[in-house]
Design a protein around this ligand. Sequence first.
Ligand code: SF4
Ligand code: SF4
Length: 87
Amino acid sequence: MLVALDKARFMGLRRPSYTVDQDKCRGCMVCYKAFNCPAITPNGDGRVVIKRVLCTGCGVCEKICPFNAIKPIGHVDERWWSILGLT
Ligand code: SF4
Ligand code: SF4
């Protein structure tokens, strides 16, 4: 991710940020306890939030949430996926 972020900076790309839709989050904690991304943290009411400053934009959390509660904020530039080797 550090290499990807460096490439994005060089290309003038902003990394995407991800957010948790509080209406969809069921508090299953798969993202927090099993996946354990450091950017994901409990919000105090049984659900989770993503701390934007710690989010690298890797997008894995979007794939692992069983309730589709995690989404990018806004459009993700296709070049970002290319940098990550996902296109
Ligand atoms: S995996 Fe999805 S539903 Fe479960 S706590 Fe995380 S964001 Fe909420
Ligand atoms: S996009 Fe990546 S770094 Fe950001 S919260 Fe999801 S898994 Fe964590």
